[in-house]
Design a protein around this ligand. Structure first.
Ligand SMILES: *[C@@H]1O[C@H](CO)[C@@H](O)[C@H](O)[C@H]1NC(C)=O
Ligand SMILES: *[C@@H]1O[C@H](CO)[C@@H](O)[C@H](O)[C@H]1NC(C)=O
Ligand SMILES: *[C@@H]1O[C@H](CO)[C@@H](O)[C@H](O)[C@H]1NC(C)=O
Ligand SMILES: *[C@@H]1O[C@H](CO)[C@@H](O)[C@H](O)[C@H]1NC(C)=O
Length: 564
């Protein structure tokens, strides 16, 4: 299967033969908008097609020095990066003594910080990004905000060495609203409780209206990884329809304030072919690629019948390869803990059964959603189609991890093609051996091992964390996933996450040098950007950036050839 895929990828990238043999298609005239917009099911920008390789840096707006931000953006740009995804939220419950914050949630009210350490940080990043031809993908809140007790403004908890804002899940988010305004303290109150919704809309109004006429904002992402569950437990009533309906309401709200920018969900991409839909697919899905589009027909959308057929094929292939190579025994683990979850469809893996409350195809069908999103983080989720073949951490079975990623990308592309909208992989990453001591899963508050100590992480309820992959394996997987995305016509691929060094420290911030009288070593150094396990400093960073750069060049090559 991998072999035929590589051939398909190569065929697409070596396009001259195709371009020469095909009469020049009559490409409809594009609108020359300076905003990233939609045209023929693709992104359009300044009259041309826009596809991109990007990176994540949730911490970027909050560095202590604007020069550091500018230098980081310059380095990104030198690697071919044209999109940076970052957080447009930074909620606190007490005003911190140092560092930035955007919204105070306290005493039953919210206050937005318009100051220099508030919304002006977002102005700065958009302005500096524009100078480096980088577009900013802003996320408006987070599914993940675990709070350790006691939580103080300066520290996450007494056992954790990590300062405020060090981790991606320490910028507030849905649970910050639920803790303050919820009546039952269930995570999914965020989607349904009218008081919470109105406080969130107030925040969204302030941010979105501020940048409504700024073309260097790529788009608005409603939330990072919205799901029914988080550290605060879900109710028994949250389903895929709950989150799809919330997405429909919020995306319409954003578009009413800002019709210039596209809106995306930001969800993880979980598919659920058999879940009840709120929105119909287009009556006549495009059977052949639109002229001028790099999309190939991907053979129809995922149905449960197709999924079950694929699972049966995969099981036969696994049996064959186990016979051929007795060492290729699959390690089965308690990954993803789907047995606890409420499954809406049986017989398929947790990423395909609706148990997270996400049906990404129904979400993509929401009229005000402009493009699809999905994530690929095999250290934290299983993407197995077959529920009996959940393999645990990537270091247990690297080959299978790589292949599941490729299949996940292809399934996502087919799903988006059926809707006829572009698709962006908003986070992909693997934790390497060197990074294992710094790895913090998105629902946790501290690293698996004390800073600087390399040891295997033993299991939490999600299963064994594993030992991390080698740098070479990471590079191999990233190359294969980027190639798979390119071959499948995915319009944006955003790595998780960027690293910077030589940054200006300041006490009380996440680049602060000293914590409790001790030099901070978590993540490797006192002048380095946060490392939650996916940072690349000293970890073959040059190689990894080279892969992003090649992918970016490949995207440009394909576009130029198609435009001729
Ligand atoms: C929700 O998450 C909590 C904490 O991570 C977990 O204990 C619980 O089992 C999960 N519930 C479901 C239905 O998945
Ligand atoms: C993190 O998620 C796993 C899997 O759902 C769960 O078992 C665990 O309890 C969670 N941890 C926290 C701190 O919420
Ligand atoms: C930018 O890249 C150069 C060369 O690799 C490096 O020395 C510098 O520290 C980087 N700057 C930042 C802010 O990461
Ligand atoms: C880019 O294209 C070249 C040439 O086809 C290929 O060797 C390389 O693997 C591609 N890399 C990525 C990341 O797409």
């Amino acid at each position: 299967m991998l072999t035929s895929f590589w051939l398909a990828a190569t065929a697409l990238i070596t396009l001259p033969a195709y371009a020469a043999a095909t009469p020049t298609p009559t490409v409809p005239k594009r609108d020359a908008s300076p905003f990233v917009s939609l045209q023929n099911g693709d992104f359009s920008l300044n009259g041309g097609k826009f596809s991109f390789v990007g990176t994540n840096a949730y911490w970027l707006p909050y560095l202590n020095s604007d020069d550091d931000i500018a230098n980081t953006l310059a380095n990104m740009s030198a690697s071919g990066i044209t999109v940076v995804r970052t957080w447009a939220f930074n909620d606190v419950t007490t005003i911190p003594t140092a560092g930035s914050w955007l919204q105070l949630i306290q005493n039953g009210a919210t206050t937005i910080n318009n100051g220099a350490n508030g919304l002006q940080r977002l102005d700065t990043i958009v302005q500096l990004a524009a100078q480096h031809n980088i577009y900013v993908l802003f996320s408006l809140t987070n599914n993940w905000n675990p709070v350790a007790i006691p939580a103080t403004p300066a520290r996450r908890d007494t056992a954790s060495p990590l300062p405020r804002n060090y981790l991606s899940n320490d910028y507030g988010g849905m649970d910050a609203y639920v803790r303050a305004f919820g009546t039952t303290q269930n995570h999914d109150e965020f989607y349904t409780n009218p008081t919470i919704r109105s406080f969130f809309e107030k925040y969204v109004q302030a941010i979105v209206s501020r940048f409504a006429s700024n073309p260097h904002v790529l788009a608005w992402e409603l939330a990072n990884d919205p799901r029914c569950n988080s550290t605060l437990p879900q109710t028994g009533t949250c389903t895929t329809n709950t989150i799809t309906q919330w997405t429909a309401d919020l995306s319409a709200f954003v578009r009413s304030i800002d019709p210039n920018h596209l809106v995306s969900s930001g969800d993880h991409g979980f598919l659920c072919p058999d879940c009840t839909k709120l929105f119909a697919l287009p009556a006549k899905p495009a059977t052949s690629p639109v002229p001028g589009s790099s999309r190939r027909s991907l053979g129809g959308a995922l149905t449960k019948a197709r999924l079950l057929k694929r699972i049966a094929e995969e099981r036969r292939a696994a049996k064959r390869s186990a016979k051929a190579d007795p060492n290729a025994i699959q390690i089965r683990g308690r990954w993803a803990a789907s047995s606890q979850a409420k499954r809406q469809v049986s017989g398929v893996g947790p990423a395909f059964d609706g148990s997270f409350g996400v049906d990404s195809q129904d979400i993509l069908s929401v009229p005000d959603i402009g493009f699809g999103s999905f994530q690929l983080l095999p250290d934290q989720n299983s993407y197995a189609t077959d529920p009996s073949s959940v393999i645990g951490p990537p270091s247990n079975n690297f080959g299978e991890t790589l292949q599941q990623g490729v299949s996940w990308i292809q399934a996502q592309a087919a799903s988006a093609q059926a809707v006829g909208k572009p698709l962006v992989l908003t986070e992909f990453g693997l934790v390497t051996q060197e990074n294992i001591p710094f790895f913090v899963p998105f629902n946790a508050t501290e690293p698996a091992a004390p800073a600087g100590v390399t040891r295997k992480r033993q299991s939490d309820a999600a299963g064994t964390i594993g030992t991390g992959v080698t740098d070479e394996q990471r590079d191999q997987a990233y190359t294969a996933w980027l190639e798979a995305g390119l071959a499948a016509g995915i319009q944006g691929m955003v790595q998780y996450q960027w690293s910077s060094q030589g940054l200006v420290p300041a006490v009380g911030t996440f680049i602060q040098g000293i914590i409790n009288g001790q030099a901070q070593s978590s993540g490797g150094g006192i002048d380095q950007s946060p490392n939650d396990g996916y940072g690349t400093l000293g970890q073959g960073q040059a190689e990894e950036q080279g892969i992003l750069q090649t992918a970016s060049q490949n995207i440009t090559t394909v576009e130029v050839l198609l435009r001729r």
